[in-house]
Structure formats: structure tokens, C-alpha cells
Design a protein around this ligand. Structure first.
Ligand code: URA
Length: 178
């Protein structure tokens, strides 16, 4: 896959409703790559992943638990285009987009991966269980180890208990040596 073509992708139906492909942003060879689900409205308008409220929570938790500034890690999504009405991406959309994610991981070569939410945990690590069972568990993409945690949007809905679980999951990642 030629990543310079990603901004023009028309491989699934989401290209008809998106404003832009949200490729992701951050350094090459990062210590951490964060993979979310799919862009929301803010991201579709702004062209950057996780710039809305849930992203702000995620960035804060990563800073507090891992000591990493946003400029020091790469952030992207399992699906690069916003699903209409922010619906969950379809299995077929995740599968169609996966080669782009693979190309990003293979090109950027992150040291660790954090998958946030069900969709990312499945797409990156192949976890078949839901996130309530898969969170905090060590996963691998090829040789790259990582951890899955709840999506920060779930934490915004459900409150402090989920935030505490996300913090504990991030500490698993810290113990891996991020
Ligand atoms: N939710 C995601 O999963 N990704 C984003 O980029 C924004 C919200």
C-alpha cells in the first residue's frame, strides 16, 4: 500500500459521506502508536484524530500515566473515515481499511501499541472478546506488543470507574517499557 494515496481512498462507501480522510498524526518510529475506532464529527472537520472531548481525556490520561506529550506519539484509527451519525464501523469497513493500518504500523514501526475500544482491539490485536474482557491484556501486532483499553468515549459516558480502569491498563503498558 502506498500511504501517499490514503487521503484519496475510495475503497468503501464511507468516502461518499466523509469530509476528509483522517490519516493520523505523530512522529515516525514513535515509542507509542494509539489506535482508535474511527473519526467523529470534529475529526472529520479538522482532519486530525482524537481532537474532540474523548481525545482530550485520552491525551490527559496518557500524559498522566505514561508521561508522554501528544507530540511524542502517533495517533490514528482502525477506520480512517467518519461513519455517518458516528455509527460503529461495519466489519467490512474495518477489513477494507486494515491494509492502511498495517501499512502505517509497518512503516512507522512503533515500539508499543495502545488500542482503544472494541473495534481497535479486534483490528490491531485480533482479540475476539469484547473490551470488558480484553482490556489490560497483552496483545501483539506482529512483533509489536501492546495493550487494549476502553474507548475514552465510554469513560465520558460511564464516569470515574472506567477512567480508573483505563489508568490501570495504561500502567500495564508503562510496565512494558513505553
Ligand atoms: N473516536 C475515535 O475512536 N477516534 C477519533 O479520532 C475520535 C473519536
Amino acid at each position: 500500500m502506498d500511504l501517499t494515496e490514503l487521503p484519496f481512498c475510495q475503497a468503501c462507501g464511507l468516502h461518499t459521506t466523509r469530509q476528509r480522510v483522517v490519516v493520523g498524526s505523530g512522529p515516525v518510529a514513535p515509542r507509542l502508536m494509539v489506535v482508535g475506532e474511527a473519526p467523529g464529527r470534529h475529526e472529520d472537520e479538522g482532519g486530525e484524530p482524537f481532537i474532540g472531548r474523548s481525545g482530550q481525556l485520552l491525551v490527559r490520561l496518557i500524559h498522566e500515566e505514561l508521561g508522554l506529550e501528544r507530540a511524542h506519539y502517533f495517533v490514528t484509527n482502525a477506520v480512517k473515515c467518519r461513519p455517518p451519525q458516528n455509527r460503529t464501523p461495519r466489519t467490512s469497513e474495518v477489513a477494507t481499511c486494515r491494509p492502511w493500518l498495517e501499512a502505517q504500523i509497518d512503516t512507522l514501526r512503533p515500539t508499543r501499541i495502545l488500542a482503544v475500544g472494541n473495534v481497535a482491539a479486534r483490528a490491531v490485536f485480533g482479540f475476539s472478546e469484547g473490551i470488558s474482557r480484553a482490556h489490560g491484556r497483552l496483545g501483539h501486532y506482529g512483533e509489536v506488543p501492546g495493550v487494549a483499553t476502553y474507548h475514552p468515549a465510554a469513560a465520558l459516558r460511564a464516569g470515574p470507574n472506567v477512567v480508573d480502569v483505563m489508568r490501570a491498563d495504561l500502567r500495564v503498558l508503562r510496565n512494558l517499557g513505553v
